[in-house]
Write a protein that binds this ligand. Sequence first.
Ligand code: NAG
Ligand code: NAG
Ligand code: NAG
Ligand code: ZN
Length: 456
Amino acid sequence: MILKEIFFVITVATAISAEYVSYKNYKVYKIVPSTDYEVQILTDLRKENQYDFWSDIVAINSDVRIMVAPGKQAEFENYFKSVEIPAKVVVENVQEQIDAQLRRPANRNSNYDWTFYQPLEEIFSWLDQIGRDYSDVVTLVTIGESVEGRPIRGVKIDFKKRNNPVIGMIEGGIHAREWISPATVTYIINEFLTSTDPDVRFMADNIVWHLFPVVNPDGYSYTFSTNRMWRKNRSTLNHTTCPQGDDISNGIDLNRNFGFVWMSVGASQNPCAETFAGHIEFSEPESRAIANYVMAIKEQGHMVYYFAFHSWSQMVLVPFSHLEGAAVLEAPNYTDMYEVAIRGMDKLKAQHGTDYQVGTSADILYEVSGSSFDWVKGVAEIPIVYLFELRDVGEFGFLLPSEQIIPNNQEIMAGLVEMEKVTRGMGYYRIDDYSSGGKVTFSFVLCILGLFVAMM
Ligand SMILES: *[C@@H]1O[C@H](CO)[C@@H](O)[C@H](O)[C@H]1NC(C)=O
Ligand SMILES: *[C@@H]1O[C@H](CO)[C@@H](O)[C@H](O)[C@H]1NC(C)=O
Ligand SMILES: *[C@@H]1O[C@H](CO)[C@@H](O)[C@H](O)[C@H]1NC(C)=O
Ligand SMILES: [Zn+2]
């Protein structure tokens, strides 16, 4: 009790004293490499970890965004002049965009909504509330705890309580600074519970969904309390001296820490890198918690889906992230996954005109290993698996304005609904296989009633 109170006081004191890292006059530059040589220059620069690369993509004609601190801008600009690659300033002052993103609407009612980015505490109290309001269908789940003592929380939504159900899992917030991801997953939860759209209802009612909006709670919380641009977890295991400031070495990229072709490509053993994969696979409790949970729910029915939400780039990545060209076919069900995603993205685009690319990471981004969705496909052997890179394509990047949360979520919902239909159409599952006797009896009664009414 006393210990708990002391801990509370310390926690509150740290929260208040911790200063929010300022990005005043940090600039974001846009560079579009047009030759292999220019790609090489950028790739080498990224390895030096001097600057914060916002883009995952460094390829010919890709739009690379790099954030640079005020004290390093002259050096940065001179370097790009010397190698004769144009570097255009696209954001003059990063802090202004951060401030805009933290602003809350003046006249909001007290209900949880998607008009601004909700901090962790509010996401958690909303989960508690839906746990109470929908207690017949929602089960609150905690799959693990972070070192800083935060739970990894989510919900299981089960409307029909069937035996051997079709199962899907959705993961959000593995990268702390990608705020649109938790906002998307909470929106999907809300749609599953409240939508009256027949297609959404079908998807929600007939599949048991497990949704985890913030699987890196320490990192997410840190982006609100201390540093908006944080990506990794808050591990202090490999603390060291880094060119961009030593705090950067605290943390492991959870999306490089999973035990499938771990550390083969697109991940780093340097704690100062944003893609530091940890000193061994599954070193982190968050990645272990996700993996154990997937293995456990897989036993409870027919698990078909796993979706991970990230930002930004507007892409649907199909596993495996280390394969490109003809080798992509080594992933079981690849052609189906590809077609499902293409058709889903047509419906997504029909909402607000947003374009998404589809392909493996190695094909459309760059090679990656150790990510959660590749592990789910490669080791847990779940058939339909994707990683979504949400809005936008770089104009705001991680600092996507609050006004875009709802349109982003609407289009994603439309995409998911279509993907479910197409997957079902391909024979990955048949909902009536799993229906309970109750439904049949009910339709029978309705039918008799209908006949009776017709006769009158
Ligand atoms: C991050 O990494 C450290 C070191 O491996 C681990 O102990 C910790 O639980 C991880 N998670 C968080 C949220 O810090
Ligand atoms: C990180 O820390 C672990 C545990 O102390 C150690 O085994 C590993 O070599 C370290 N890795 C790096 C890259 O410093
Ligand atoms: C998905 O791939 C697995 C492994 O190759 C295969 O057994 C299964 O039949 C495929 N599913 C469908 C519906 O094609
Ligand atoms: Zn990410």
